[in-house]
Design a protein around this ligand. Structure first.
Ligand SMILES: [Zn+2]
Length: 381
């Protein structure tokens, strides 16, 4: 017999919700949002649907407590990355305690656990006090327009983000910054070295400095929560044809950041590399441009939520482990908007790869721990 939470998880996996900003013409979150809304409504919750952009709604289920108390949000994203190379991404297979399929771990497993938790509470006499909100949001895998819309209209005393943390209670994660570097050359016939200046070779100088900087970043003493910063070259574009000197080379790079680093440190580092190279070679020409960034996140020290989640988890027979995650999550957006957050979700593997699965037992444990957490947290004043 399959647990109803696991059956619901399988239903969610079976709905294609690939992010249309990542993959053109992809299904998006409309169908899954409708299914989640119906499920929440059938469970007696007050349901609100808010279009973030046309055809991509956030959906909320609200459970009001019988008395005044604290408010808590369970937040999860409905979108997934693409399915290229996967055999049957939307056909959930259950095997050896694992549920396979696109989004099973990232993060329909966590989402199913959170939805099941709020429905269980609603079914079994409701919430004694406070307010619990289930927030299913769009677009975390691209630009998090869903979480940004959420914080414009919803307030709460705390939130749990159900991203897969391998059951760790994550009290922080890294941020990221994207920077574009362009080197200038001079186009010329390949036989005329006196006229041509090679933009690709010039980018090579930038790349070797970036490699050195990355080694330095990773050699710094690690932050206790999100470890060390790093960078990598993500995309590079250049060249016209074999017999021509390239006049321009563009590199898009990503810098992962930790708490305490400046909001545009990646741009400052790239500009420093360019000015050093120019000092060594006055002919060297390059520029750098800031593209996008998300800050790192740390749950406020001493906040009650991680401790409450630890004791809820211990009661379910799982030894709680506190730590940080390397990847960025919507906790960054909720936290910045004044909603202290922790990240907590099931074990599994293969997120963003061709074989993704979540551990079924963990989904159940997450659900049960979240039920206890909501009762405990929302009762406080
Ligand atoms: Zn995710």
């Amino acid at each position: 017999m399959t647990d109803s939470t696991i059956q619901f998880l399988r239903d969610l996996i079976a709905i294609d919700s690939v992010n249309p900003s990542l993959v053109p013409e992809a299904a998006g979150e409309n169908e899954i949002a409708t299914a989640i809304g119906e499920k929440l409504r059938a469970g007696g919750l007050d349901v609100k649907t808010e279009q973030v952009v046309h055809g991509r709604p956030n959906v909320f289920g609200v459970l009001e407590g019988k008395q005044k108390g604290r408010s808590l949000i369970f937040c999860g994203h409905m979108d997934t990355v693409g399915v290229a190379g996967m055999e049957s991404p939307f056909d959930p297979v259950q095997k050896d305690g694992r549920i396979y399929g696109r989004g099973s771990q990232d993060m329909k497993g966590g989402l199913a656990a959170m939805i099941a938790a709020i429905l269980e509470l609603s079914k079994n006499g409701g919430l004694p006090a406070g307010r619990l909100v289930l927030a299913a949001v769009v677009d975390e895998e691209y630009a998090s327009i869903g979480a940004e819309a959420l914080v414009r209209t919803w307030k709460a005393d705390a939130a749990v983000i159900g991203e897969p943390t391998d059951m760790k209670i994550a009290v922080g994660h890294k941020g990221f910054q994207w920077v574009e570097v362009t080197t200038q050359g001079i186009a010329a016939h390949g036989s005329r070295p006196a006229d041509g200046r090679d933009a690709i070779v010039r980018m090579g100088r930038v790349l070797s400095r970036l490699e050195k900087l990355d080694r330095e970043l990773q050699a710094r003493p690690p932050h206790p929560v999100p470890s060390t910063a790093s960078l990598h070259a993500s995309l590079i574009v250049s060249g016209r044809e074999l017999s021509t000197y390239p006049d321009r080379c563009t590199l898009d790079m990503e810098r992962r950041t930790i708490e305490g680093e400046a909001g545009q440190c990646a741009l400052e580092e790239a500009e420093k590399i360019i000015s050093d190279l120019r000092r060594e070679d006055p002919e060297f020409k390059a520029s750098a441009r800031f593209l996008f960034a998300r800050p790192p996140y740390l749950t406020p020290a001493g906040h009650i939520l991680p401790r409450m989640l630890e004791s809820a988890l211990a009661k379910k027979g799982t030894e709680p482990v506190r730590g940080g995650m390397s990847f960025w999550t919507d906790a960054g957006i909720l936290g910045e908007a004044g909603i202290p957050s922790v990240v907590f979700g099931p074990r599994g593997a293969g997120l963003h790869s061709v074989s993704e699965y979540v551990i079924a037992e963990d989904v159940i444990t997450c659900r049960d721990a979240l039920i206890d957490l909501a009762k405990e947290f929302c009762c406080g004043k």
